[in-house]
Design a protein around this ligand. Sequence first.
Ligand SMILES: Nc1nc2c(c(=O)[nH]1)N[C@H]1C(S)=C(S)[C@@H](COP(=O)(O)O)O[C@H]1N2
Ligand SMILES: [Mo]
Length: 197
Amino acid sequence: MVTDVTDLYEAFGESRLPPGQRETDGFPVLSKGGTPAVDPSEWTFEAFGVVENPLSLSFDEFRELPSETQTQDFHCVTGWSKFDCLFTGVSFPTLAEHAGVDSDAVHVMFHSADGYTTDLPLDDCMRQEVLFAYGYDGEALPADHGGPLRVVTPHKYAYKGAKWVTGVEFLTERERGYWEQRGYSGTANPWNEERYG
Ligand SMILES: Nc1nc2c(c(=O)[nH]1)N[C@H]1C(S)=C(S)[C@@H](COP(=O)(O)O)O[C@H]1N2
Ligand SMILES: [Mo]
């Protein structure tokens, strides 16, 4: 079963294509450096910070979590958007439930194998369409696009979606991620053109 969430823009703006964006057919690769070598058999995923049940999962264990497949749009802050991406993975709320997030958690930091980090308010993460994705188009997520596991955030600019994600940290106050420390928006709503600041 595939859930189509490409209508989520209706909660944010008039048009499916956010202002200042152009639609692209391909799927560009955008990374701050190269693609890190991640061996899925060595890889572990951690959920930590203010949680009752810190998680440390192998890739096989991660894939035993309840999963879903969604059709989503993808908006890069540099100006391209890709419609109708088919991602399979575990929703953020499902993961948060397994970790038992404490009631004083308000913010989230995602950590990646290439040293990348990105942060979001917890409320912006607790949405069904925020996925820890290991599948793309019915296949394993390609390494260039963040395989074995990445985050996707169709309601935000895509820099909020950490590729090669190795962990999610629950915080009691905001900390800033890689691009957020360099002037990019903390909230990154494409329909308000929250690119900087
Ligand atoms: N770990 C990591 N995640 C990352 C990045 C990165 O450099 N490292 N770049 C971000 C940016 S700016 C974008 S637009 C998307 C690009 O994803 P793609 O290469 O699959 O198109 O990944 C985001 N996640
Ligand atoms: Mo981006």
